[in-house]
Design a protein around this ligand. Structure first.
Ligand code: PLP
Length: 498
């Protein structure tokens, strides 16, 4: 109590106006203890939050505090109000979308980045932030087996990176000067077209919306039986568009598509891009990280020819959200698309391009010190440690795929290349598609309601498909065995009840 009083007294504004550093030390220890307990027990929470829409909002005051509040009370409310509304992405049972991990070293890096609070918009606004980003991304390049030189910057998300890539591609179209003159009201500007497979992420289409190319500017190319872009169809579409007066300008290939983790034939697509003078952007947000495992390096075959490439350490390299790596072989073009320096940001160091100013490679001026957490993750685990962890996740995925394919009541819906498995229940004699969809949706919803696991779904060729995606460091073989047991038991229970 005495201690609490002393700390509360420390809340009275002092010279700095900030929390007293002794109070900071005290609560810092408390918060780190809380974090360690959370990480030890994260598997004991229901993975999906059980609150109803609006519950959290209703538990919070509608007006802000006028008077200072005690840190004890604020932290108690994290437990009381916030935690019930958390979906536990760091849980071993989180197998939905793409499982991820905020690992210990990554979380510590995030904490340090918070206390330093630097804004790495210019080299001079924190030389270490700019230079560490360059060095860390060069290390990652080496881990992924990509050739030098390759310029890298870290963005918040792959969605931003893909938009920047396509803006650079638009800038690279000769003679149109779209950055300067825009596109509307210019009859001399042909309609622009870019290409991606039907399985590409929605961020590829969103980029077209932002860039004024429009959703019709994205031509979606069909896929083969393994959900890879059909290259012959791509070439036909480009030819047809040229004949119809469109201006093709880019192709987006994906290494690890969101639904099935298929890998587009990047080398063949690169061939076409080179032939038609198109920008090649590769979205390796999920699959790219697997290349740190030397046995998986092949997944990036052909990516050395990409103009831009994205890999998300916040997906499968154990780095807390947000951290999306954007590589380019053409930094000058990306810079030409985005650099705009108001007077107050002019500086001598970068006048002769001796150092990069990271604000020049995208739309956001301010940027967090994200490389710190990635650097700490890469050093703490080392390439071999990262590779071993990814290898293990892939082993667990393959195990699930094997159980599915050996079961007479289930079927695989796509090849399993990484740690993500697409499957459905398909009991003997039950072939009505509407009934199968209802059955699988019920299995998934019942598993999710039970709390230990969280699975998500997709539709493949219109067919409801359950996905499990191992990406959390805490997920063990026992977890996936238990999951498979629960899924089988769920199917049996549903059939018994009928
Ligand atoms: N690309 C792929 C293949 C994805 O699966 C996702 C998200 O799952 C994204 C891009 C978008 O990633 P972000 O959330 O970093 O924008």
């Amino acid at each position: 109590m005495e201690e609490r009083k002393a700390l509360d007294k420390a809340q009275k504004p002092k010279a700095t106006g900030d929390m007293d550093t002794e109070a900071f030390r005290h609560y810092g220890h408390e918060v780190v203890d809380w974090m360690a307990d959370y990480l030890s027990n994260v598997g004991s929470y229901p993975v999906l939050a059980r609150t109803a829409p609006g519950d959290i909002q209703l538990s919070l005051p509608t007006q802000p505090s006028k008077q200072p509040e005690a840190m004890e009370d604020i932290l108690a409310d994290v437990d009381r109000i916030i935690m019930p509304g958390i979906t536990h992405w760091n849980s071993p049972g989180f197998l939905a979308y793409f499982g991820i991990t905020g690992s210990g070293p990554g979380i510590l890096g995030e904490m340090l980045s918070g206390v330093l609070n630097v804004n790495a918009m210019l080299w001079r606004t924190s030389p270490a932030a700019t230079e560490l980003e360059q060095v860390t991304l060069d290390w990652l390049r080496q881990m992924l087996g990509l050739p030098s030189p390759l310029f890298g910057v870290i963005n918040d998300t792959a969605s931003s990176g893909t938009m920047y890539a396509l803006a650079a591609a638009r800038e690279a179209i000769p003679g149109l000067h779209i950055r300067q003159q825009g596109m509307s009201g210019r009859p001399e500007v042909p309609r622009l077209r870019y290409y991606a497979s039907q399985e590409a992420h929605s961020s590829v289409e969103k980029a077209g919306i932002v860039l004024g190319v429009g959703q019709e500017g994205l031509c979606k190319i069909g896929v083969d039986s393994s959900f890879r872009m059909d290259v012959a169809q791509l070439e036909q579409a480009i030819e047809q568009d040229l004949a119809d007066g469109w201006q093709p300008f880019a192709v987006v290939a994906t290494v690890g598509t969101t639904s099935t983790t298929s890998i587009d034939p990047v080398a063949q697509i690169a061939e076409i891009c080179e032939r038609y003078g198109l920008w090649l952007h590769v979205d390796g947000a999920y699959g790219g990280s697997a290349a740190v495992d030397p046995t998986m390096r092949w997944v990036l075959d052909g990516c050395e020819r990409a103009d831009t490439l994205i890999v998300n350490p916040h997906k499968w390299l154990f780095t807390p959200i947000d951290c999306s790596v954007f590589y380019t072989r053409k930094p000058d073009v990306v810079k030409a698309a985005f650099s705009l320096i108001p007077e107050y940001l002019r500086n001598t160091e970068s006048a002769d391009d001796a150092v990069p100013n990271l604000m020049d490679y995208g739309t956001s001026l301010g940027r967090r010190f994200r490389s710190l957490k990635l650097w700490m993750v890469m050093r703490y685990f080392g390439q071999e440690g990262l590779a071993a962890r990814i290898h293990e996740h892939i082993r667990l995925g393959q195990l699930v795929a094997q159980w599915v394919s050996e079961s007479p009541n289930f079927e695989l819906m796509a090849p399993t290349l990484f740690s993500t498995v697409c499957f459905r229940a398909h009991s003997k004699g039950l072939d009505d598609e509407a009934l199968l969809e209802a059955l699988n949706e019920r299995i998934m919803n019942n598993i999710n309601a039970a709390g230990r696991f969280f699975l998500s779904h997709t539709k493949l060729h219109g067919i409801f498909t359950i996905r499990t995606a191992v990406g959390n460091l805490r997920t063990t073989e026992q977890d996936v065995r238990d999951l498979w047991g629960s899924i089988q038991a769920e199917l049996a229970r549903i059939h018994e009840a009928q």
